[in-house]
Structures are given as structure tokens and as C-alpha cells.
Unconditional design. Structure first.
Length: 250
């Protein structure tokens, strides 16, 4: 019995040491992976990287992780290439990009890593989305100019677009609210008015929509991630992303 107790104690100690070694190695790998992703994506700071599964060391030995969760804050998209509705010098920023990477194969020095598939969410705030709108006055009709001055949650999955109009040099006392739908197609996010606002003077639909409707190319996501669905929420829009053979680094 004494020998059995000694054996059990040794097993417990060795098991504890293995767990400690496993967690230390995991922490090092997460930090190293975060640094590699930051360098590869040109980020301002390291993202949050969490490698799932236990034990970590057996996954490491196999050169493949089951699941990795990544969160990137303040992710700058590629600058507008002329396909945007608005002219600007600053790229649009994704406030928060979270993704679950599944089946991640990696090199020994973590210089390259690719996930079999991934899914997640990109969040863009209304102030950031406003960068894509026409915020300079546009001649909509003789004596009438208009521009977008704000975006907010319109309820029921809609975006409320506030349009400021000036008639014969006099600005209307309050912005005109336009309820709009949001959608994604390919790499393009679009905001489209569901009905044209009633203006003080007659104006053509094309001219009005040159102000109320706008789109943005969301180029520059990590290679392999694609836009899927979009939903307007209280503080911006949430875009579902998914992809296969998604490159994390290298």
C-alpha cells in the first residue's frame, strides 16, 4: 500500500508538472502567434489569440491546432480605390474583428499558418460607416443641395440616414430622416434608401439617390475571409464573415 501511495503521489506530481509545462508553452505560442499576425497584417498592436484544446503540447507536436480564436481591434481596411461613393484619404476602420479558426496548420516557427475554415464577425461603427457617405453638399436640383450628416440605428435592422438639405441658400431646420437597408455583395457593403425623402422642390430619383445611397469596398480582410451577411445594430453594423483556407500569417 505504501508503494502504491508513493506511485500515486509521483503520478500526481508529474501530471501537475505536465499541466504547468503545457500552459507555459501555450502562453508562449499564443504570444508568438499574435506577434506574427500583427506583422503579417500590419496591425497597430498585437491581436488577442487564444489556442483552444488540451493538451496543447500534443497539438503542437502534430503541427496542427483544432481551434484558434482571434480578436483584432481597430483593423484598417485597404484605402478606397475609387469605387467608393465618397472621396477621402483615410481608410475605413473595422472596430472589432473576431474569428474562430478551425483546423489550423502551422510551420514550426509560426511564420505561416492557414486555417481550413473560419467564421466570425466584423463590427463597423456608424461614425466609421459615415466615411463612405456623401458628406459634401451635392446639387440635387436647381436651388437644392443636400448631404448626409449622420447615421444611426433605425430599428428593425434598418439604418437611419440623416440628410441635411439647403433650399435657395436656406438650410432646412432639421435633417430629413431616410430609412435604409444594408446589404453585402462580394466585397461591397451598400446602404440603400427604401423610399425617397420628400423634398421642398422636385428632384429626380437618380439625383436624390446620389446622396442617400452609398457603398464601400471592404477590401483588405485577412486572405480567405469573405463577407457573408450584414445586420444593423444599435451602434453600427455587424458583418458575418467566413472563409476557407484562411491565411493567418505568412
Amino acid at each position: 500500500m505504501r508503494a502504491l501511495r508513493v506511485l500515486l503521489i509521483v503520478v500526481v506530481i508529474l501530471g501537475g508538472l505536465f499541466v504547468i509545462a503545457d500552459r507555459v508553452a501555450l502562453n508562449f505560442a499564443e504570444n508568438e502567434a499574435a506577434d506574427r499576425v500583427r506583422t503579417s497584417e500590419g496591425l497597430h498592436k498585437n491581436p488577442d489569440v487564444s489556442i483552444k484544446g488540451f493538451p496543447f503540447l500534443t497539438q503542437l507536436a502534430g503541427g496542427r491546432f483544432d481551434d484558434i480564436a482571434i480578436r483584432i481591434d481597430d483593423y484598417d481596411l485597404a484605402p478606397a480605390d475609387g469605387n467608393s461613393s465618397a472621396e477621402r484619404s483615410q481608410p475605413m476602420r473595422i472596430d472589432r474583428l473576431t474569428a474562430e479558426m478551425h483546423g489550423v496548420a502551422f510551420s514550426g516557427d509560426y511564420s505561416s499558418a492557414t486555417a481550413d475554415r473560419a467564421d466570425g464577425t466584423a463590427h463597423i461603427s456608424y461614425p466609421e460607416l459615415l466615411k463612405a457617405a456623401q458628406i459634401k453638399p451635392v446639387d440635387v436640383a436647381p436651388g437644392l443641395t443636400a448631404k448626409v450628416v449622420g447615421l444611426s440605428d433605425g430599428g428593425n435592422g434598418k439604418v437611419k440616414v440623416d440628410v441635411e438639405a439647403t433650399v435657395l441658400g436656406r438650410k432646412l431646420p432639421r435633417p430629413i430622416a431616410v430609412m435604409s437597408s444594408v446589404k453585402v455583395s462580394g466585397e461591397t457593403l451598400s446602404v440603400v434608401a427604401e423610399g425617397l425623402p420628400r423634398l421642398a422642390v422636385p428632384a429626380g430619383e437618380k439625383e436624390v439617390r446620389s446622396v442617400t445611397d452609398f457603398s464601400e469596398q471592404l477590401a483588405g480582410l485577412p486572405a480567405g475571409l469573405k463577407l457573408d451577411k450584414i445586420e444593423a445594430v444599435s451602434d453600427g453594423v455587424d458583418i458575418s464573415v467566413k472563409g476557407t483556407h484562411v491565411r493567418l500569417a505568412g
